[in-house]
Design a protein around this ligand. Structure first.
Ligand code: GLN
Length: 259
């Protein structure tokens, strides 16, 4: 029964990892639950705080510059990794954007060559090519299981997937994991990693509902969601897609649609 369902969301490092409106992802989840009469509970875990992996249906972590990443990385590995691994193994929906996506892999090697260890939920690693290298910045379109997903990316790190990692989406415009192999993000079970900020969810309502539906289905055995009027979200989506296409067109002469 829709009215009795509640989505319990855990936001990790909300004050440290919040680039390009990442918190908007939380607001989009809340908005789309509440408009349907689905309860929404939000908790946060910052530095030094562990969490009970059975107490949340969806975990979100955003992106951050290298300095913030370094601050959370130790905590992620030493304090939160056991709960995070347990949540991932139990099918909890986890969405990690950019800096936190990188930290769910094996390691991130920063601009100066320093290595930041990750939790290894994803079989991938990320390396920054070093000072003076091009950052991968711009608006992006990716194809996620036949759905167009739009947003903004800005990262120096290039992510390479290992043999047991599955990419999340195919790059249509923009850079994605590394600007060269055409893949964006990674997925294992219900754990999703992506470079797309912007915020990601407000202008991709299909994806927001997909994540809510997965989380509710896992907990209540029923993830069906009544449709909402998405016209404002769709307009925002179309504007973002138009900007990404225009940017890709301008880059065309200098390296193709993607880069
Ligand atoms: N510091 C990382 C990089 O530049 C992640 C940046 C981000 O989260 N936007 O690769």
């Amino acid at each position: 029964m829709t009215a009795t369902r509640t989505l319990r969301v855990l936001h990790l490092y909300g004050s440290l990892l919040n680039l390009y409106g990442d918190r908007g992802n939380i607001l989009a989840l809340k908005y789309r639950c509440e408009r349907r009469g689905i309860g929404f509970e939000l908790s946060e875990a910052g530095i030094g705080q562990s969490f009970d992996p059975t107490s949340c249906d969806l975990v979100f972590a955003g992106g951050g510059p290298d300095r913030e990443q370094r601050r959370v990385a130790d905590d992620l590995v030493s304090v939160k990794a056991p709960a995070l691994r347990e949540a991932a193994a139990a099918g909890t929906v986890i969405l990690a954007v950019c800096g936190s996506y990188q930290l769910l892999g094996h390691y991130y090697r920063d601009e100066a060559g320093g290595e930041i260890r990750g939790v290894g939920i994803f079989d991938l690693h990320t390396e920054h090519p070093g000072e003076g290298s091009q950052r991968l910045i711009g608006n992006a379109i990716v194809d996620w299981e036949g759905h167009e997903v739009v947003g903004f990316e800005n990262h120096g790190g290039r992510t390479t997937l290992g043999p047991s990692a599955t990419p999340l989406a195919r790059v249509v415009a923009g850079y994605g994991n590394n600007g060269s192999d055409g893949w964006e993000g990674a997925r294992v079970g219900n754990v999703f990693g992506t470079y797309i900020h912007g915020s990601l969810l407000p202008k991709n309502p299909w994806l927001t509902d997909h994540l809510i539906g997965l989380a509710l289905a896992r907990r209540f055995g029923e993830g069906d969601l009544p449709p909402l009027d998405d016209s404002p979200e769709q307009r925002a989506h179309e504007v973002a897609a138009g900007i990404a296409r225009a940017e890709a067109g301008r880059r065309k002469g200098t390296g193709g649609l993607r880069a």
